[in-house]
Design a protein around this ligand. Structure first.
Ligand code: SF4
Length: 368
C-alpha cells in the first residue's frame, strides 16, 4: 500500500531510526510533488548542545536515513537549518549532536540561522521576522522531537519552527505567551513534510534531562494533525494546547483525528531497554509492576503518570499498575496497561495504548 499522507499519519515502532525512516518513506508518494532541482530544507530540533539520548534533540541517525533516501533518488540540493535557543550556539549544537559529522559525510550545508538575514511577515494583528534562508527553501521537512514542554505542554511539529526566527523574536514570542506567535509562525512558514523523532523524548522539558523512550517514528504532511496526535501520546488532549487550536483556526492544517487515518506499519515487540532512569522517572516507576514491557508501552505509562502527578492526583492512586508481555497469559488483579494485560480488572487496551487513554482510565479509577 502507498500512503499519500494528506490526512494520514504513518507510525513505525522500533529503535533503529535510520532503517525505519527509509522503510516508511519508501511506502509514500511524497517525492512525486518535489522536482529534482528543488532546494530541500531539513529542520531538526537542536534546541541546545545535547545528544539525542538526553531526550532534547533530533537523532542524527534519523536525519542520516532521510538524507540517504533523498540522495539515492538524486535529490542533492539539501540544507540543514537551525537556530538553537537563546544563549546557546547553534554551531556547538551541530557539533555535539552529530550534525557536523553528518554534513561532511553527505556533503550537505549546515545553515546557522542565528547568522542569517530576516524577512518580515505581517498578518493583521501580528507581525514577525523569519530567517531568510528558510523562506528560500522549496520543500521544508520538519524533523521535531516528541517531548513535553514546561510552558506549552507539548513541543513537536508546530513549535519546532521556533528555531527559524531571530533570537530577538524568540524572546518576544515568550513575552507573548508563545501560543499565538507559534500559530502565526506556522502561517508564515509552510511545512511540507513532518518526520517526528519519537525514539527518545523528554518527560517535562524541551531541554531534555528526563528522557523517556517512546520507540517510534511518525510521518505526515499536516503539522496540526501531527501535533493533535502527538499530544495524546504524551497524555494531553488537543484542547490542552492552545497553539494547535489557533493554528487550525488560521488554516495551517486540520487537527481532527476522527477525520484522519493513522496507519501503524508494525508493533513494538522489543522489551524495554535498560536506559538509566532519572530520579524523576524512578519516582513515577514506583507505581509500575513491569514484566517485559515494550519501550513504547512503558513510555506511554510514564508520561501518563507524570500528567497525573502534574494534576496533583498521582499520590491518590493506591493500586499498582501491571504492564508488559510477561502478563500475557497471567491473571492481573489490579490495573493493566496494554493488550498484554487483558485479564486486568481495569484495563487500558492498545498495543501500545496512548498516554491520554491511560490518563483517562486512571482518572476514572480515582473517581470511583
Ligand atoms: S501491549 Fe504488550 S506487546 Fe503491546 S506494546 Fe504493550 S507490552 Fe508490548
Amino acid at each position: 500500500m502507498i500512503y499519500i499522507l494528506d490526512n494520514e499519519l504513518l507510525v513505525m515502532y522500533g529503535d533503529s531510526p535510520k532503517t525505519m525512516i527509509k522503510t516508511m518513506l519508501d511506502k509514500t508518494e511524497f517525492l512525486k510533488e518535489v522536482p529534482k532541482n528543488n532546494l530541500i530544507g531539513i529542520k531538526p530540533n537542536l534546541v541546545l548542545a545535547k545528544p539525542s539520548a538526553s531526550g532534547a534533540t533530533t537523532d542524527p541517525e534519523l536525519v542520516s536515513g532521510l538524507i540517504e533516501f533523498l540522495q539515492a533518488r538524486n535529490y542533492n540540493n539539501i540544507k540543514i537549518l537551525e537556530s538553537s535557543w537563546v544563549g546557546d550556539k547553534t554551531s556547538q549544537a551541530f557539533r555535539i549532536c552529530g550534525y557536523e559529522e553528518l554534513a561532511q559525510r553527505y556533503n550537505i550545508q549546515l545553515v546557522d540561522l542565528k547568522k542569517d538575514e530576516y524577512v518580515h511577515f505581517a498578518f493583521g494583528d501580528f507581525d514577525l521576522k523569519v530567517s531568510k534562508s528558510v523562506t528560500e527553501v522549496d520543500y521544508l521537512i520538519n524533523v521535531p522531537v516528541l517531548k513535553a514542554h514546561c510552558q506549552t505542554k507539548l513541543t513537536c511539529a508546530l513549535k519546532n519552527l521556533k528555531g527559524c526566527i531571530p533570537d530577538s523574536e524568540k524572546r518576544r514570542f515568550h513575552t507573548q505567551g508563545l501560543h499565538k506567535p507559534i500559530a502565526y509562525l506556522n502561517k508564515a512558514i509552510k511545512t511540507n513534510l513532518v518526520i517526528v523523532d519519537g525514539i527518545i523524548g523528554d518527560l517535562t522539558f524541551e531541554e531534555g534531562g528526563n528522557p523517556v523512550q517512546m520507540n517510534r517514528v511518525i510521518i505526515g504532511k499536516d503539522p496540526v494533525l501531527m501535533d493533535s496526535y502527538a499530544c495524546e501520546l504524551l497524555g494531553y488532549t488537543r484542547s490542552d494546547i492552545e497553539y494547535i487550536y489557533l493554528a487550525e483556526k488560521m488554516g495551517v492544517g486540520k487537527g481532527d483525528l476522527a477525520q484522519a487515518r493513522v496507519y501503524e506499519l508494525n508493533k513494538d515487540s522489543k522489551p524495554k531497554q535498560k536506559m538509566e532512569p532519572t530520579e524523576k522517572v524512578q519516582q513515577l516507576a514506583r507505581w509500575i509492576e513491569e514484566d517485559n514491557a515494550c519501550s513504547a508501552c512503558y513510555g506511554s505509562l510514564i508520561h501518563a503518570l507524570e500528567r497525573l502527578r502534574e494534576k496533583g492526583k498521582l499520590d491518590k492512586l493506591e493500586k499498582q499498575i501491571a504492564i508488559g508481555q510477561g502478563y500475557k497469559n497471567k491473571p492481573v488483579k489490579t490495573i493493566g496497561i496494554g493488550n498484554c494485560t487483558q485479564s486486568a480488572i481495569h484495563h487500558v487496551p492498545g498495543c501500545p495504548p496512548k498516554a491520554s487513554d491511560v490518563v483517562k482510565e486512571l482518572e476514572n479509577i480515582l473517581g470511583e
